[in-house]
Ligand binder design. Structure first.
Ligand code: BYC
Length: 330
């Protein structure tokens, strides 16, 4: 079987009996739980992917947080606030899932703040108008769902369970985004133009969320053998386009791709690839908002130092007091 032929990352020689048994378990569809044996490469890949995912949720709050104070109505403000809070919750489940693999939360934060860990490229683009809140919910959360629904079946237990809850909330996020787009697209001419402009700016960055083309994906083959990933980047991108184009048509908006065409033979749309040079520049830290996003996270971390110090000091004092009263009681 293909999966069994793929060697563990970092293991140079023959497959060991433990590695073989591990792969058999994966192939049988069993979940791997935190205290069970796993190849070092499996652990490392999961830590990388889950922590990057957690960072994306946390950094992902910034472009939308930008609009909370400027939402057009009280109702929209409440909905947006709830959504942004959900993203914080997703980050926390995912950091917890990564911690079960032996990395501390502080280490993960350090990797984010130093620029060593990645987060999704999409959050390095600005949100310029209220219509962008619609486009982000519709396209960005839509792409996230497309990626994350299969991840509910990922082989690592804590990750797969976190995904189940996250996907339920993401569906609400996608609906709220589409609802904003509907209002805008069917509003005044100026509102329709804003909706079209948001689609124009977010379409290609949303396609980039699925990662580089399969030919350039470094991790896909091994990650799929381990069922850390269930689909290739190109498969998910194609599914996203197939689902999203009719939604754009329903809105009366135009997808900014002159080459977009239904291909009867493949049962999906032919579409233009995003600018992959731009994608790799964003990954290197040269996107429109990379510095601003990372700067905001580092500032939040530094501003919170007094609070963390206070909590630690209180916890230490409380435990010293408990120890002293236990001794006195003896
Ligand atoms: N942005 O070998 P590949 C969300 C990196 S949604 C940045 O294909 P892999 C949210 C990749 O890390 C977003 N980097 O990698 C939504 C690797 O570099 P390293 C979060 C990217 O891991 C709404 C290199 O490129 N979702 O959170 O097999 C509101 C080669 O790529 C990107 C997830 O993270 C990118 N777009 O596949 C709020 C889902 N694409 O690490 C929040 C879980 C690729 O070797 N993650 N790279 O330095 C995944 O499914 C996979 O990690 C990916 C990439 C499909 C993203």
């Amino acid at each position: 079987m293909y999966a069994q032929m793929v060697k563990s990352e970092g293991s140079s020689g023959e497959e060991t009996p433990e590695e073989r048994e591990f792969q058999d378990r994966i192939d049988r569809g069993e979940k791997i739980e935190p205290k069970e044996w796993m190849p070092a490469g499996y652990r490392k890949t999961l830590i990388r992917q889950i922590s990057q995912h957690a960072h994306s949720e946390i950094v992902g709050q910034l472009p939308e947080g930008n609009w909370i104070t400027r939402a057009p109505t009280l109702e929209r403000k409440q909905i947006l606030l709830a959504k942004v809070q959900d993203e914080a919750g997703h980050g926390l489940y995912l950091y917890s899932a990564a911690e079960t693999l032996g990395i501390s939360r502080d280490e993960m934060y350090e990797q984010l703040h130093s620029g060593k860990a990645k987060y999704s490229s999409i959050f390095n683009y600005p949100t310029l108008t209220w219509a962008d809140m619609g486009a982000v919910g519709w396209l960005v959360d839509g792409a996230a769902i497309m990626n994350q629904v299969p991840l509910q079946r990922t082989s690592y237990g804590p990750y797969s369970r976190a995904m189940i809850r996250i996907c339920k909330e993401e569906s609400f996020h996608q609906r709220q985004g589409y609802h904003i787009m509907m209002k805008m697209a069917r509003g005044t001419e100026a509102q329709r133009e804003m909706a079209q402009d948001a689609l124009n700016r977010f379409w290609y960055p949303a396609l980039m969320m699925f990662g580089p083309s399969d030919a350039n994906s470094v991790h896909s083959e091994q990650s799929m053998a381990w069922k850390i990933k269930i689909n290739t980047n190109d498969e998910l991108r194609q599914r996203f386009v197939n689902e999203t184009v009719p939604q754009a048509e329903f809105l009366g908006l135009e997808v900014p791709d002159p080459d977009l065409a239904w291909n009867e033979e493949k049962g999906g749309y032919d579409f233009s690839q995003p600018d992959w040079d731009e994608f790799f520049e964003v990954l290197k830290g040269n996107g429109p908002c990379n510095k601003e996003r990372l700067g905001a996270r580092v500032k939040a971390w530094e501003d919170g130092a007094w609070f963390r110090d206070g909590l630690t000091a209180y916890a230490e004092k409380a435990s010293a007091r408990r120890a002293a009263s236990a001794t006195a009681a003896e």
